[in-house]
Design a protein around this ligand. Sequence first.
Ligand SMILES: [Mn+2]
Length: 452
Amino acid sequence: MVPVYVMLGCGWIGRLLLQKESRFRIVDAEGDILKKEGYDAVKGDPGDHVLWETIKLQEATVVVILDRSVSSEVVRNHTPSAYIITVHGENGGIDPGADHVVPAGETLANECYSQIEYVEKKRRKDLLRDALQSGTTMAIIMHDNPDPDCISSALSLKLIAQNMGVTSDLYYGGQIGFLENKALVDLLELGLIPPSPGSPPDFSRYDLTAFVDHSPWDYTSIARDVNPDIVIDHHLLPEYQGKFVDVREDVGATSTILTEYLELFDVEITPRLGTALFYGMLVDTNGFRRGISKQDIKALDFLQDKIDTEFLSQIERAGLARRATPSHETADFLNVMGEAVKNMQVKDGVVFSFVGKVQYRDAVSNSADFLLKMQRLDVVIVYGIIGDILYISARSWNEELHLGKLLRKAFHQLGRAGGHPLSGGAAIPLSRLPENFGDEIITRFMQAYTQP
Ligand SMILES: [Mn+2]
């Protein structure tokens, strides 16, 4: 479902447009220069059909024609479903073959760009609607440790589907570790279907299945054999084809993507839902410090008058209040943090810490967050054991590293691994690791880290 944009002819207008959207396949007389600058361009006549084959023009979702000699009708015949944008000729004549004609002038690149954004949104909306309308019941499957981003995204998809007469059940396979997240689930009255060990859910009784905030199949233990119809996520783009796959690596939170769909489908956003989406973005971007994009800012702007700060502090207080009582689970979180600090070892600028056996997976990631704030170093790796699985959480300040990809490279042969540029995780069965697994973790990570 990745959009394909094509530019026939470039010139100064094309240059301006490329500053806003670089993902164009371009045919231009100066294609060789553009290619040297890193663009996906070929040199030649923008009207040359052989070059159209080279750049696979027929795959285009949007074609911007900036060379006056190229006829939009001929392009239309070549790629009937694409949206075609042309520029007004000097004589001001309307091009009969185009979907949209942009008036020439200073603002032309902006006009083109907003057209592309509009078309792209409409295309996604139509595709999601078609996918949802192909059934009446849906299982929305969250990842194993639902966080606020996953929780609010699942609820949003449920509401969008409900508007189309589709009823949904929400599933997860692991634990909800953080107390705030439990409070969020309770307060939103989500009615999640908890995992029942020994009797996995039968998803075949649903017309539709959806994964939110994760992609097939690294982060679910209950739906490994499910081919989801719908995937909405912001982690690494999977090699997976479903009815509807919208995975945007560049956005800070899945909540951002769902906010866009709630707006497109005109679904009412209650203050609680608005707050949950805001909280999802807040947590996933580490308080808007990590991986925030233009799309996130737009979603925030849209949610701005739909956030209930009372409700937000209620969720955060729920976490703190329970933390103040010396419960079993609280002790686990604090103990694990203590272990993480005690067991730190530094190898070539990377902090490693083994926290032993833990009760909650979130306690491991919580500790990694804590060490990263505490340490002056760029990369932190914390790992601990639940049952017969070793869980790894990694955090970094260095966006160029892309931890998710690093972890995948280091550990994907042993288990599940992935994530974002600044945060990632892995889960590896102990049976696949040697006795001295600590050394193995360090060696494998350092190998991937030092040989990018
Ligand atoms: Mn997320």
